[in-house]
Design a protein around this ligand. Structure first.
Ligand code: PLP
Length: 409
């Protein structure tokens, strides 16, 4: 369903933080790739859990039973969000990084020295570090090269994957450059090698409808704070796969998926918020079931965000002294645009823009390998702007004015 300028105006009223001003100016949240703002419905769900049902799980009393029911419903809701067959494939954790480390501890027990893992130069460190650490255990880690245009090199990808590859781990979309990777190529190469495919969907989940079944992935990870929810990590594992993995687990913990990788007590209130965040997204779509409404809403929101990002991209690259770092909008592209400004340190630029009430990030955003490979590490990385459903053309015009002023010096 199309997401229009009217919808965007309407949706802004749902996010209390968007009403803030700073130095007499509306505060523009253009920092979505590091975490979005949260609508009132999510705040209410979290507060509501504490007000009524706050208890631990598996007790024989009402608040505990309600908590069990809420957790079950949240798993089913996330399954609908990701296109998974059921909530049984959905595990939760503190954040994506922690879940990926846990997964790496399990997967390495299924590997032997000399086995190989393929990662990429474009990925966030959370999808590199856990795998690079396995070198201590004799695992060989190869990385797919990033080209200067901000895309992974498909020929190098094919060279890195071979008969010893046990896992291919890559992001669907880059939080640093907005690149959308060729996941179909990664699936084909990993399938030919008999390797698992693991997708980091942390950046992608905020911007595109996801379908783990169509992606045919073994694992997919994302984080609800990037799509209008609280700080919770999410792991999808292919049906039956997690049940067989030797995870770090206590004797008293349930053996089967999705619990097998969940340690200790989850953040129940936040999980009530995750469910509300997905229902909030779905409220912008149409269709008979939750999955249909999610896909319909995300399709409309994706087109809206892309129109904002493409506008910024076209305008900003026309400013003398500004270079866009990352791919153009000719192919699939996330609505995240990073730039450098000649002679201006990105940190100073972010600070100056912050004074104008324009909140944008500077640096490497943990995608440090990509920034190093592009030769931008010494100059402080890039200045990143991310667009989500509530951003406006007016915010972009203010940002363009601010960037132009910085570029003029
Ligand atoms: C692409 C990408 N992957 C992974 C992460 C890590 O997610 P988390 O903070 O949930 O560990 C981030 C966070 O910024 C990210 O942008």
């Amino acid at each position: 369903m199309p997401f229009t300028a009217k919808d965007q105006e309407r949706c802004r009223r749902d996010f209390p933080s968007l009403a803030r001003t700073f130095n007499g100016l509306p505060l523009a949240y253009l920092d979505g790739p590091a975490g979005t703002q949260v609508p009132e419905a999510v705040i209410q769900a979290i507060a509501g859990y504490y007000r009524t049902s706050n208890a631990n799980t598996h007790g024989e009393f009402p608040a505990s039973r309600e908590t069990d029911e809420m957790l079950h419903a949240t798993r089913e809701t996330v399954a609908a969000f990701l296109g998974a067959p059921s909530g049984r494939e959905i595990s939760f954790g503190q954040n994506m990084t922690t879940l990926n480390f846990s997964l790496s501890h399990a997967l390495v027990r299924e590997m032997k020295p000399g086995d190989e893992i393929v990662i990429t130069q474009l990925d966030h460190e959370s999808n590199r570090g856990p795998w690079l650490n396995l070198r201590e255990r004799g695992v060989v880690v190869r990385e797919v090269a990033l080209r200067p245009d901000g895309r992974l090199d498909p020929e190098d990808f094919a060279r890195q994957v071979n008969g010893r590859t046990r896992l291919v781990a890559l992001g669907i979309a880059s939080n640093a450059l907005g690149t959308v990777n060729d996941v179909a190529l990664a699936r084909r190469l990993s399938r030919e090698a008999g390797a698992w495919l693991l997708l980091d969907a942390v950046h992608a989940a905020a911007h595109f409808p996801l379908d783990v079944t169509a992606l045919d992935t073994d694992f997919l990870l994302c984080s609800a704070y990037k799509f209008y929810g609280p700080h919770v990590g999410i792991l999808y594992a292919r049906p039956g796969l997690l049940d067989r993995l030797p995870t770090d687990k206590l004797r008293v913990q349930e053996d089967e998926a999705p619990y097998r990788i969940e340690t200790g007590t989850l953040n129940h209130a936040a999980l009530a918020g995750v469910k509300a965040a997905i229902e909030y997204i779905a409220s912008w779509g149409e269709g008979a079931g939750l999955r249909e409404r999610i896909v319909s809403a995300m399709t409309g929101i994706a087109a809206w965000e892309e129109s904002l990002a493409a506008y910024y991209f076209d305008q900003v690259r026309g400013i003398p002294g500004v270079t866009v770092q990352g791919p153009d909008f000719a192919g699939p592209r996330a609505p995240t645009v990073s730039i450098t400004i000649d002679g201006v340190d990105p940190r100073d630029a972010a600070r100056a823009l912050g004074e104008r009430g324009l909140q944008v990030w500077d640096g490497h955003f943990y995608a440090i390998r990509a920034i190093e490979v592009l030769g931008l590490a010494e100059r402080g990385g890039v200045l990143r702007t991310g667009f989500v459903m509530y951003n406006t053309r007016e915010e972009i015009d203010r940002l363009l004015e601010g960037v132009a002023a910085l570029a003029r010096g």
